[in-house]
Design a protein around this ligand. Structure first.
Ligand code: ADP
Ligand code: MG
Length: 216
C-alpha cells in the first residue's frame, strides 16, 4: 500500500510523468498551435520528448537513492530537450536533487519545499518574473500558494484545489500580456490575444499532479 509520506518517491515521479504524458498528448494540438502563434512551434515537441525520456529512465533509476535519481532526470532533461523548456525544467530537477535530507521520507511539506526551491531556481535561470508572459506566470503564484499551505499547515486537499484554480487563472491571464521574455518578446503588441504555450503546458502539469494527489 502507498504510504502517505511517499511524495516524490521514484514511483511517484514516474507515475506522475505517465499521467502527465496522457494529458499533454490529449492537448497536444492546442499547445502546438499556441507556440505557432507566438513562438516557433516546437514547445509541444519539447515537452513530449522530455516526458518520454523521463519515463524511459524508469528501469535505470528505480533502485537509486532519490537524490541520484533526480539528478539523472535533470541531466536527461538538460541534454535531451531543446529550447527554453529544457534549460528551465532541467534547472528545476537539479534544484530538487540538491535538496537536503532526501534519504529520509519526503512528506507533503517537504515536497512543497522542493517545488518552491525548484521554481525559485527556474526564476533565477530564466530571469522572468510574473507579468512577462511565460510559464513563470503560472509557476511563481503556484509556488507562493504552496508556501502558504505549508506555513499555515493548511488541509492538503483544499489547498491543492486552490492551487488548481490559481494555475488556471494565471494561465488565462497570460493572454492579454505583452511578452518581455522569450521568443514572443520579439512580437510586441502582436503577442497580445494569445495564451503563452509554456503557461498552458505548466498549468496542465500542475492540474494533473494535484488531481492525482487529491484522488489518492
Ligand atoms: P523556445 O522558446 O526556446 O522555443 P519552448 O518552445 O520549449 O522553447 O518553450 C517556450 C516557452 O518557454 C514559452 O512559452 C515560455 O513560457 C517559456 N519561456 C521562454 N523564455 C523564458 C524565460 N526566460 N523564463 C521562463 N520561461 C520562459
Ligand atoms: Mg518554441
Amino acid at each position: 500500500m502507498k504510504k502517505e509520506t511517499e511524495f516524490m518517491s521514484i514511483n511517484f515521479l514516474i507515475s506522475q510523468a505517465k499521467n502527465i504524458q496522457k494529458v499533454i498528448d490529449e492537448n497536444a494540438s492546442e499547445i502546438e498551435a499556441l507556440d505557432q502563434n507566438i513562438g516557433d512551434g516546437d514547445h509541444i515537441f519539447n515537452i513530449q520528448r522530455g516526458l518520454k525520456l523521463v519515463i524511459e529512465l524508469e528501469g535505470t533509476i528505480k533502485d537509486l537513492p532519490l537524490a541520484k535519481a533526480l539528478n539523472t532526470i535533470a541531466m536527461k532533461v538538460l541534454s535531451g530537450i531543446g529550447g527554453s523548456s529544457g534549460a528551465l525544467f532541467g534547472t528545476f530537477f537539479i534544484s530538487m536533487a540538491k535538496s537536503p535530507d532526501l534519504d529520509k521520507d519526503v512528506n507533503f511539506s517537504k515536497a512543497c519545499e522542493m517545488i518552491i526551491d525548484g521554481v525559485k531556481a527556474m526564476k533565477e535561470r530564466g530571469k522572468a518574473d510574473v507579468g512577462e508572459k511565460t510559464m513563470m506566470d503560472v509557476l511563481i503564484p503556484v509556488s507562493e500558494k504552496l508556501s502558504e499551505i505549508k506555513n499555515n499547515n493548511s488541509e492538503m486537499k483544499q489547498g491543492l484545489n486552490e492551487v488548481i484554480k490559481i494555475a488556471e487563472d494565471r494561465m488565462l491571464s497570460t493572454k492579454d500580456m505583452l511578452a518581455t521574455k522569450g521568443r514572443a518578446s520579439f512580437l510586441g503588441e502582436r503577442a497580445k490575444g494569445h495564451i503563452d504555450p509554456g503557461a498552458r503546458s505548466s498549468q496542465l502539469i500542475i492540474d494533473t499532479i494535484c488531481k492525482s494527489v487529491i484522488n489518492q
